[in-house]
Design a protein around this ligand. Structure first.
Ligand code: DX5
Ligand code: ZN
Length: 226
């Protein structure tokens, strides 16, 4: 199994929302590889978080890094132009959403952005198989979406491995992202199973001060032998 080096993506969900720009800059200084913005509509998940205006405000403070907008919304299609315009480099939506994934992927690509597709813990890996050739990131939820600080669901490791094997069997270059409960104990197993983009939220933002030490520790824990 060939998995690329671990990439740390900072989720701002547990950051101080009163100072999101500063918090994004803290992630940049900490040496992360991308910024992950969790967009929730209060319908797909019970919580409401942030919209395109918030994404563009964060964009201004992390211009040098890829920005991934993670849309936990029931109707992603009609929101794609606004999130593209706000500066998202990659827009991730859920296979469980109401809209036809093929149409949403086409809209994201049509807006010149990378397309990501996510699945919830209860959703079978099979749901992703029709779309593997058409997406730029496959995001495996390792917690139930809706809040940060939850425990990693270990059963997802098998799902990650199965998807990784299928991607390899098809000869595709498609990174797998891991979202939820990533910390110093879970990042190693998640990376070994096939996770390349590791989203880190509360493990980073429960810290005050600079994040570089935690980011370095996560990166080395990811590649530590089992
Ligand atoms: C949850 C979000 C995650 C979350 C990760 O619905 O999609 O990105 O913020 O946070 P931690 O790392 O604390 O689980
Ligand atoms: Zn997320």
């Amino acid at each position: 199994m060939s998995v690329g080096p671990p990439q740390i993506s900072a989720s701002l969900l547990n950051a101080d929302f009163a100072r999101l720009g500063d918090e994004a800059e803290r992630a940049v200084r900490g040496g992360v590889d991308s910024v992950h913005v969790d967009v929730m509509d209060g319908h797909f998940v019970p919580v409401i978080t942030i919209g395109p205006a918030g994404v563009s405000a964060i964009r201004a403070h992390a211009a040098q890094l890829p920005l991934h907008s993670h849309l936990m919304v029931s109707q992603p299609l009609r929101h794609i132009p606004a999130f593209a315009e706000a500066g998202s480099d990659l827009i991730v939506f859920h296979v469980e959403a109401d809209d036809d994934p093929t149409e949403v992927i086409a809209a994201i690509r049509g807006a010149g952005r990378g397309a990501g597709l996510a699945l919830n813990p209860e959703t079978s890996a099979d749901a992703m198989l029709p779309f593997l050739e058409r997406i730029d990131l496959l995001l495996v939820m390792t917690v139930h979406p809706g809040r940060g600080g939850q425990a990693f669901i270990p059963d997802m490791l098998l799902k990650i491995r199965d998807l990784r094997d299928e991607i390899e069997r098809r000869g595709l270059r498609l990174p797998i992202g891991i979202d939820g409960g990533v910390n110093l104990a879970t990042i190693g197993p998640a990376h070994r199973a096939g996770g390349e983009i590791l989203v880190a939220g509360s493990v980073l933002y429960r810290e005050s001060g600079e994040l570089a030490t935690t980011v370095r520790a996560l990166r080395s824990a990811a590649t530590e032998p089992a």
